[in-house]
Design a protein around this ligand. Structure first.
Ligand code: PLP
Length: 370
Protein backbone atom coordinates (compact mmCIF):
# COMPACT_ATOMS: atom_id res chain seq x y z
CA UNK A 1 0.00 0.00 0.00
CA UNK A 2 1.28 3.46 -0.89
CA UNK A 3 1.92 5.40 2.31
CA UNK A 4 1.95 9.14 1.58
CA UNK A 5 4.77 11.34 2.90
CA UNK A 6 3.60 13.11 6.08
CA UNK A 7 2.65 16.72 5.54
CA UNK A 8 4.84 19.65 6.53
CA UNK A 9 2.51 20.28 9.47
CA UNK A 10 3.24 16.79 10.81
CA UNK A 11 6.94 17.39 10.25
CA UNK A 12 6.69 20.55 12.38
CA UNK A 13 5.34 18.40 15.21
CA UNK A 14 7.56 15.35 14.80
CA UNK A 15 10.96 16.74 13.79
CA UNK A 16 13.50 15.42 16.28
CA UNK A 17 10.95 13.20 18.05
CA UNK A 18 12.44 9.92 19.23
CA UNK A 19 10.54 6.65 19.37
CA UNK A 20 13.10 4.04 20.50
CA UNK A 21 12.25 2.47 23.85
CA UNK A 22 13.79 4.36 26.75
CA UNK A 23 14.74 7.42 24.68
CA UNK A 24 13.30 10.78 25.72
CA UNK A 25 10.61 11.51 23.13
CA UNK A 26 11.59 15.16 23.19
CA UNK A 27 15.32 15.59 22.53
CA UNK A 28 17.05 17.68 25.20
CA UNK A 29 19.14 20.76 24.34
CA UNK A 30 22.79 19.89 23.99
CA UNK A 31 24.82 22.29 26.10
CA UNK A 32 28.43 21.86 25.10
CA UNK A 33 31.03 23.87 23.22
CA UNK A 34 33.29 20.88 22.52
CA UNK A 35 32.92 17.21 21.66
CA UNK A 36 35.46 14.55 22.57
CA UNK A 37 37.48 14.15 19.39
CA UNK A 38 40.90 13.29 18.04
CA UNK A 39 42.36 12.92 14.58
CA UNK A 40 40.59 14.28 11.50
CA UNK A 41 38.15 16.93 12.86
CA UNK A 42 36.04 16.60 9.72
CA UNK A 43 34.92 13.12 10.70
CA UNK A 44 33.02 13.89 13.92
CA UNK A 45 31.57 16.96 15.57
CA UNK A 46 34.50 18.62 17.34
CA UNK A 47 33.53 22.22 18.07
CA UNK A 48 29.98 23.49 18.51
CA UNK A 49 30.41 26.57 16.31
CA UNK A 50 30.69 24.10 13.42
CA UNK A 51 27.48 22.35 14.41
CA UNK A 52 25.22 21.43 17.31
CA UNK A 53 22.90 18.41 17.03
CA UNK A 54 20.18 20.55 18.67
CA UNK A 55 20.00 22.57 15.42
CA UNK A 56 19.18 19.52 13.34
CA UNK A 57 15.53 19.03 14.32
CA UNK A 58 14.65 22.72 13.85
CA UNK A 59 16.38 22.77 10.47
CA UNK A 60 14.51 19.60 9.52
CA UNK A 61 11.14 21.08 10.54
CA UNK A 62 11.75 24.35 8.69
CA UNK A 63 13.12 22.47 5.70
CA UNK A 64 9.95 20.37 5.51
CA UNK A 65 7.82 23.55 5.38
CA UNK A 66 9.51 24.79 2.21
CA UNK A 67 10.90 21.48 0.86
CA UNK A 68 14.42 22.78 1.18
CA UNK A 69 17.50 22.73 3.37
CA UNK A 70 17.47 25.17 6.27
CA UNK A 71 20.44 26.92 7.86
CA UNK A 72 19.70 28.20 11.35
CA UNK A 73 21.27 31.45 12.60
CA UNK A 74 21.37 33.39 15.85
CA UNK A 75 18.87 35.97 14.51
CA UNK A 76 17.05 37.06 11.39
CA UNK A 77 19.68 39.75 10.91
CA UNK A 78 22.54 37.23 11.18
CA UNK A 79 20.73 35.18 8.52
CA UNK A 80 20.34 38.30 6.33
CA UNK A 81 24.00 39.21 6.72
CA UNK A 82 25.16 35.72 5.73
CA UNK A 83 22.82 35.76 2.74
CA UNK A 84 23.98 39.20 1.60
CA UNK A 85 27.64 38.24 2.03
CA UNK A 86 27.09 34.97 0.18
CA UNK A 87 25.20 36.47 -2.77
CA UNK A 88 26.16 40.12 -3.10
CA UNK A 89 29.87 39.39 -3.48
CA UNK A 90 30.91 40.00 -7.09
CA UNK A 91 27.66 41.83 -7.86
CA UNK A 92 27.42 45.60 -8.17
CA UNK A 93 24.05 46.23 -6.64
CA UNK A 94 21.55 44.86 -4.20
CA UNK A 95 17.99 45.95 -4.93
CA UNK A 96 15.86 46.26 -1.79
CA UNK A 97 12.26 47.39 -1.24
CA UNK A 98 11.97 51.02 -0.22
CA UNK A 99 9.18 50.10 2.21
CA UNK A 100 10.59 46.83 3.59
CA UNK A 101 12.10 46.03 6.98
CA UNK A 102 14.31 49.08 7.61
CA UNK A 103 17.23 47.24 9.18
CA UNK A 104 17.69 45.23 5.95
CA UNK A 105 18.38 48.56 4.21
CA UNK A 106 20.68 49.72 7.02
CA UNK A 107 22.58 46.40 6.93
CA UNK A 108 22.95 46.44 3.13
CA UNK A 109 24.33 49.98 3.28
CA UNK A 110 26.87 48.92 5.96
CA UNK A 111 28.03 46.01 3.81
CA UNK A 112 28.89 48.18 0.77
CA UNK A 113 32.67 47.87 1.25
CA UNK A 114 32.28 44.08 1.23
CA UNK A 115 29.70 43.68 -1.49
CA UNK A 116 27.18 45.50 -3.56
CA UNK A 117 25.66 48.97 -3.46
CA UNK A 118 22.17 49.16 -1.91
CA UNK A 119 19.54 50.52 -4.33
CA UNK A 120 15.96 51.04 -3.14
CA UNK A 121 13.06 50.11 -5.42
CA UNK A 122 9.28 49.75 -5.27
CA UNK A 123 8.65 46.02 -5.70
CA UNK A 124 5.15 46.73 -7.01
CA UNK A 125 6.63 48.79 -9.83
CA UNK A 126 7.91 46.04 -12.13
CA UNK A 127 9.15 48.60 -14.66
CA UNK A 128 11.40 50.22 -12.06
CA UNK A 129 12.72 46.83 -10.90
CA UNK A 130 13.46 45.78 -14.48
CA UNK A 131 15.25 49.07 -15.23
CA UNK A 132 17.42 48.77 -12.12
CA UNK A 133 18.20 45.11 -12.81
CA UNK A 134 19.45 46.08 -16.29
CA UNK A 135 22.01 48.52 -14.87
CA UNK A 136 24.51 45.80 -13.82
CA UNK A 137 24.95 42.47 -12.03
CA UNK A 138 22.59 42.57 -9.06
CA UNK A 139 20.90 40.66 -6.27
CA UNK A 140 17.14 41.19 -5.92
CA UNK A 141 16.08 41.20 -2.25
CA UNK A 142 12.29 41.02 -2.01
CA UNK A 143 10.01 41.19 1.00
CA UNK A 144 6.30 40.43 0.83
CA UNK A 145 4.14 41.36 2.59
CA UNK A 146 6.42 44.23 3.61
CA UNK A 147 6.94 45.35 7.17
CA UNK A 148 5.33 47.71 8.15
CA UNK A 149 3.13 48.64 5.16
CA UNK A 150 2.09 45.05 4.33
CA UNK A 151 2.38 45.64 0.60
CA UNK A 152 2.23 42.52 -1.53
CA UNK A 153 4.69 42.00 -4.39
CA UNK A 154 4.21 39.53 -7.23
CA UNK A 155 6.96 36.97 -6.60
CA UNK A 156 6.50 35.08 -9.87
CA UNK A 157 6.81 38.31 -11.85
CA UNK A 158 9.88 39.40 -9.85
CA UNK A 159 11.44 35.95 -10.33
CA UNK A 160 10.88 36.28 -14.09
CA UNK A 161 12.60 39.68 -14.19
CA UNK A 162 15.46 38.49 -11.97
CA UNK A 163 16.04 35.39 -14.03
CA UNK A 164 16.06 37.39 -17.30
CA UNK A 165 18.75 39.63 -15.77
CA UNK A 166 20.74 36.70 -14.32
CA UNK A 167 20.11 38.01 -10.79
CA UNK A 168 19.29 35.72 -7.87
CA UNK A 169 16.01 36.50 -6.13
CA UNK A 170 15.82 36.14 -2.36
CA UNK A 171 12.66 36.69 -0.34
CA UNK A 172 12.30 37.77 3.26
CA UNK A 173 9.37 35.51 4.17
CA UNK A 174 9.18 36.52 7.83
CA UNK A 175 5.69 38.04 7.81
CA UNK A 176 3.98 35.16 5.97
CA UNK A 177 6.29 32.28 7.01
CA UNK A 178 6.62 29.10 4.97
CA UNK A 179 3.18 28.04 6.18
CA UNK A 180 1.43 30.74 4.19
CA UNK A 181 3.83 31.47 1.33
CA UNK A 182 6.34 29.41 -0.65
CA UNK A 183 8.90 31.71 -2.30
CA UNK A 184 11.15 28.87 -3.51
CA UNK A 185 8.28 27.42 -5.55
CA UNK A 186 7.82 30.83 -7.16
CA UNK A 187 11.43 31.17 -8.34
CA UNK A 188 13.45 32.45 -5.36
CA UNK A 189 16.86 30.92 -4.67
CA UNK A 190 16.54 31.59 -0.94
CA UNK A 191 13.79 32.27 1.54
CA UNK A 192 14.65 34.02 4.80
CA UNK A 193 12.69 33.91 8.04
CA UNK A 194 13.20 35.65 11.35
CA UNK A 195 11.99 32.90 13.70
CA UNK A 196 11.78 35.60 16.37
CA UNK A 197 8.30 36.40 14.98
CA UNK A 198 5.42 33.96 14.45
CA UNK A 199 7.54 30.89 13.64
CA UNK A 200 8.64 30.68 17.29
CA UNK A 201 5.79 32.92 18.35
CA UNK A 202 6.21 33.37 22.12
CA UNK A 203 8.24 36.60 22.29
CA UNK A 204 10.95 34.75 24.21
CA UNK A 205 13.83 34.22 21.75
CA UNK A 206 15.71 35.64 18.78
CA UNK A 207 16.64 33.30 15.90
CA UNK A 208 16.63 33.28 12.10
CA UNK A 209 16.99 30.88 9.19
CA UNK A 210 17.62 30.78 5.48
CA UNK A 211 16.08 28.08 3.28
CA UNK A 212 17.44 27.07 -0.07
CA UNK A 213 17.41 24.22 -2.58
CA UNK A 214 20.75 25.32 -4.09
CA UNK A 215 23.61 23.14 -2.81
CA UNK A 216 26.28 25.77 -3.57
CA UNK A 217 24.45 28.48 -1.65
CA UNK A 218 23.75 26.04 1.19
CA UNK A 219 27.47 25.34 1.59
CA UNK A 220 28.26 29.08 1.49
CA UNK A 221 25.68 29.85 4.16
CA UNK A 222 27.06 27.17 6.45
CA UNK A 223 30.57 28.50 5.91
CA UNK A 224 29.50 32.07 6.72
CA UNK A 225 27.74 30.79 9.85
CA UNK A 226 30.82 28.89 11.05
CA UNK A 227 33.28 31.67 10.26
CA UNK A 228 31.06 34.63 11.15
CA UNK A 229 29.91 32.88 14.32
CA UNK A 230 26.21 33.87 14.09
CA UNK A 231 25.21 30.52 15.57
CA UNK A 232 22.00 29.65 17.40
CA UNK A 233 22.29 28.92 21.11
CA UNK A 234 21.07 25.45 22.10
CA UNK A 235 18.48 26.77 24.58
CA UNK A 236 16.88 29.11 22.04
CA UNK A 237 16.96 26.33 19.48
CA UNK A 238 15.25 23.95 21.87
CA UNK A 239 12.57 26.56 22.64
CA UNK A 240 12.06 27.04 18.91
CA UNK A 241 11.59 23.29 18.39
CA UNK A 242 8.94 23.30 21.11
CA UNK A 243 7.25 26.31 19.53
CA UNK A 244 7.21 24.94 15.98
CA UNK A 245 4.88 22.16 17.13
CA UNK A 246 2.08 24.73 17.50
CA UNK A 247 3.12 27.05 14.67
CA UNK A 248 0.36 25.99 12.33
CA UNK A 249 -2.40 26.51 14.93
CA UNK A 250 -0.99 29.86 15.96
CA UNK A 251 -0.38 31.29 12.50
CA UNK A 252 -3.85 30.33 11.28
CA UNK A 253 -5.53 31.83 14.34
CA UNK A 254 -3.43 35.00 14.14
CA UNK A 255 -4.26 35.39 10.45
CA UNK A 256 -8.00 35.01 11.06
CA UNK A 257 -7.88 37.53 13.91
CA UNK A 258 -5.80 40.02 11.92
CA UNK A 259 -8.34 39.85 9.09
CA UNK A 260 -11.22 40.46 11.54
CA UNK A 261 -9.41 43.46 13.06
CA UNK A 262 -8.45 44.93 9.67
CA UNK A 263 -12.04 44.58 8.45
CA UNK A 264 -13.34 46.26 11.60
CA UNK A 265 -10.83 49.12 11.38
CA UNK A 266 -11.66 49.78 7.73
CA UNK A 267 -15.06 51.21 8.72
CA UNK A 268 -13.93 53.06 11.85
CA UNK A 269 -14.43 56.85 11.54
CA UNK A 270 -11.05 57.68 13.17
CA UNK A 271 -9.04 55.37 10.92
CA UNK A 272 -7.75 57.02 7.75
CA UNK A 273 -6.05 53.96 6.21
CA UNK A 274 -5.74 50.22 6.85
CA UNK A 275 -2.86 48.18 5.46
CA UNK A 276 -3.46 44.43 5.30
CA UNK A 277 -3.06 41.99 2.39
CA UNK A 278 -6.53 40.56 3.08
CA UNK A 279 -8.31 43.91 2.75
CA UNK A 280 -6.21 45.80 0.17
CA UNK A 281 -8.41 45.76 -2.96
CA UNK A 282 -5.62 46.47 -5.45
CA UNK A 283 -3.58 43.36 -4.52
CA UNK A 284 -6.25 41.08 -3.03
CA UNK A 285 -6.35 38.70 -5.98
CA UNK A 286 -2.55 38.35 -5.97
CA UNK A 287 -2.46 37.93 -2.18
CA UNK A 288 -5.08 35.16 -2.36
CA UNK A 289 -3.05 33.36 -5.01
CA UNK A 290 0.32 33.80 -3.30
CA UNK A 291 -0.88 33.25 0.29
CA UNK A 292 -3.82 30.88 -0.13
CA UNK A 293 -4.06 29.88 3.55
CA UNK A 294 -4.07 33.27 5.26
CA UNK A 295 -2.51 36.72 5.21
CA UNK A 296 -0.43 36.63 8.38
CA UNK A 297 -0.54 38.24 11.83
CA UNK A 298 0.61 41.74 10.94
CA UNK A 299 -1.46 44.76 9.94
CA UNK A 300 -1.04 48.49 10.22
CA UNK A 301 -3.39 51.44 10.23
CA UNK A 302 -3.31 55.22 10.36
CA UNK A 303 -5.40 57.41 12.63
CA UNK A 304 -6.49 61.03 12.38
CA UNK A 305 -4.62 63.55 14.53
CA UNK A 306 -0.98 62.69 13.74
CA UNK A 307 1.75 61.15 15.88
CA UNK A 308 0.49 62.44 19.24
CA UNK A 309 -2.99 61.01 18.60
CA UNK A 310 -1.51 57.63 17.65
CA UNK A 311 0.65 57.63 20.80
CA UNK A 312 -2.49 58.35 22.86
CA UNK A 313 -4.34 55.44 21.23
CA UNK A 314 -1.52 53.06 22.12
CA UNK A 315 -1.25 54.36 25.69
CA UNK A 316 -4.97 53.78 26.34
CA UNK A 317 -4.87 50.02 25.80
CA UNK A 318 -5.80 47.67 28.60
CA UNK A 319 -5.08 44.41 26.81
CA UNK A 320 -2.87 45.11 23.80
CA UNK A 321 0.77 45.42 24.87
CA UNK A 322 2.83 48.42 23.71
CA UNK A 323 5.85 46.65 22.20
CA UNK A 324 7.74 46.12 18.99
CA UNK A 325 8.26 42.91 16.98
CA UNK A 326 5.37 40.66 15.98
CA UNK A 327 4.04 37.11 15.89
CA UNK A 328 3.80 36.56 19.66
CA UNK A 329 0.93 35.00 21.58
CA UNK A 330 0.05 38.39 23.07
CA UNK A 331 -1.25 41.10 20.75
CA UNK A 332 1.19 44.03 20.56
CA UNK A 333 1.30 47.37 18.81
CA UNK A 334 3.54 50.36 18.35
CA UNK A 335 3.72 53.64 16.44
CA UNK A 336 6.21 52.60 13.86
CA UNK A 337 7.57 56.07 13.14
CA UNK A 338 9.17 56.14 16.61
CA UNK A 339 12.15 54.21 15.19
CA UNK A 340 14.93 56.29 13.62
CA UNK A 341 15.54 54.88 10.13
CA UNK A 342 11.91 53.77 9.61
CA UNK A 343 9.92 55.46 6.84
CA UNK A 344 6.33 54.93 8.00
CA UNK A 345 3.61 57.64 7.99
CA UNK A 346 3.74 59.44 11.36
CA UNK A 347 0.40 58.18 12.69
CA UNK A 348 0.91 54.58 11.49
CA UNK A 349 0.26 51.98 14.18
CA UNK A 350 1.56 48.49 13.44
CA UNK A 351 -0.44 45.79 15.18
CA UNK A 352 0.50 42.14 15.63
CA UNK A 353 -2.46 39.86 16.27
CA UNK A 354 -1.89 37.42 19.07
CA UNK A 355 -4.01 34.52 20.22
CA UNK A 356 -6.64 36.30 22.34
CA UNK A 357 -10.26 36.10 21.13
CA UNK A 358 -10.82 38.66 18.36
CA UNK A 359 -13.81 40.18 20.25
CA UNK A 360 -11.57 41.10 23.21
CA UNK A 361 -9.09 42.79 20.92
CA UNK A 362 -11.71 44.70 18.96
CA UNK A 363 -13.27 45.89 22.24
CA UNK A 364 -9.84 47.13 23.41
CA UNK A 365 -9.17 48.88 20.08
CA UNK A 366 -12.61 50.57 20.10
CA UNK A 367 -11.99 51.76 23.67
CA UNK A 368 -8.59 53.19 22.64
CA UNK A 369 -10.02 54.97 19.60
CA UNK A 370 -12.98 56.41 21.52
N1 PLP B 1 12.92 40.54 8.55
C1 PLP B 1 11.80 41.14 8.97
C2 PLP B 1 10.66 41.32 8.01
C3 PLP B 1 11.71 41.62 10.29
O1 PLP B 1 10.59 42.25 10.69
C4 PLP B 1 12.80 41.44 11.17
C5 PLP B 1 12.75 41.95 12.56
O2 PLP B 1 11.90 42.71 12.93
C6 PLP B 1 13.95 40.79 10.68
C7 PLP B 1 13.97 40.34 9.37
C8 PLP B 1 15.14 40.62 11.56
O3 PLP B 1 14.95 39.57 12.45
P1 PLP B 1 15.62 39.47 13.90
O4 PLP B 1 15.03 40.54 14.75
O5 PLP B 1 15.31 38.07 14.32
O6 PLP B 1 17.09 39.70 13.73
Amino acid sequence: MHYPEPSAESALIHAGTRRDRGEPVVPPPLLTSIFASAGDPGQYPAYARNGNPTWRAVEEALGALERAEAVLFSSGQAASMALMLALADGRERILLPRDGYFNARVLAAKLVPHGAQAVLVDLQDLGEVERELRRGPALLWAETPTNPLLRVADLSALAGLASAAGAPLVVDNTVATGLLQQPLDLGAVASLCSLTKSAAGHSDLILGAVLTRDPGLLAELRTWRTLGGGIAGPMETWLALRSLKTMSLRVRRQSATALAIATHLASHPRVTAVHYPGTCASTLELARKQMPDGFGPLLSFEVDGGAAAADAVIAAARLIVPATSFGGAETTWERRGRWPGEVAPESLIRLSSGLEPAEDLIADIDHCLA
